[in-house]
Design a binder for this molecule. Structure first.
Ligand SMILES: [Zn+2]
Length: 259
């Protein structure tokens, strides 16, 4: 029987008596896995021969949270009991897209996300509606990327919230919280969104701003409003947007400003 990836991440943290932020290089060392940075045709490799296990990560990765995530992903392939191939070759698209269609790559990503940033620790921070100050604070403490941190927060929050990554004016992926009532429109960004404004004109707005929910959401009433904030991920030419519906208002009484 295969268990969900987060189970393995929690089990390994427990076995190694880890709490709080972890150092993936030290973890690999404790598991007797040698880690080296090499010129590679992929982002990462796990190589297992006899009792000799190695992780290789691409020299091209210069963003430290990305290195940490890649090592944790390879540790996932090592530790998840049904990942039994001698070689895992992990491409950028296996690690970067939130949902790759390869099951084992998805599982290693989910392992890494929980191993580096455990849900039980993030929950302690969720006393207020999520915003980018919180996302940045947690990402700095745990050494995780803004996107990975935002996803974890959205998965755990009780607020009606969603996070969207867009690139070159198009939605790449989104994650919504359990209580967020709408689907996010795929494809080209609506010209009313602040993310669109960024791609057209460069950074202009600062802080959350209100806009009609229909700009982002499928099936939202015409008069519903939503709050949008974003950060530009200049390193990748992408924008990470955070949407929030006011918690105490029903959908019916949102958006009086647009009537
Ligand atoms: Zn992989």
């Amino acid at each position: 029987m295969s268990l969900p990836p987060f189970h393995y991440a929690r089990e390994l943290r427990f076995q190694l008596k880890l709490s709080g932020p972890v150092n993936p290089w030290e973890v690999a060392d404790r598991l007797q896995i040698k880690v080296s940075e090499e010129p590679l045709d992929a982002d990462g490799y796990l190589l297992q021969q006899n009792n000799n296990t190695r992780i290789l990560i691409s020299k091209k990765i210069d963003y430290k949270p990305r290195k940490r995530f890649t090592i944790a992903h390879e540790i996932g392939h090592f530790y998840i009991s049904h990942h039994q191939a001698g070689i895992f070759r992990c491409l950028p698209k296996d690690l970067q897209s939130f949902r790759t269609n390869k099951k084992v790559e998805n599982e290693a990503n989910e392992f890494a996300a929980e191993f580096l940033l455990p849900a039980v620790e993030v929950e302690k921070y969720l006393k207020h509606p999520p915003d980018f100050d919180l996302i940045k604070e947690i990402s700095e403490v745990y050494g995780t990327s803004l996107a990975a941190t935002a996803i974890k927060i959205i998965e755990l929050t009780s607020e009606k919230a969603a996070v969207i990554l867009s690139e070159a004016g198009e939605v790449k992926w989104f994650v919504k919280s359990k209580s967020f009532p709408y689907w996010i429109k795929k494809g080209r960004l609506h010209e009313w969104t602040y993310a669109y404004e960024y791609f057209v004109q460069g950074a202009l707005s600062s802080g959350p701003q209100q806009l009609p929910a229909v700009a982002w959401c499928q099936g939202a009433p015409q008069d519903a409003a939503i709050m949008e904030d974003y950060v530009a991920v200049d390193r990748l030419g992408m924008v990470l947007s955070l949407l929030l519906l006011p918690f105490n208002e029903t959908e019916d009484d949102l958006g009086d400003d647009f009537i």
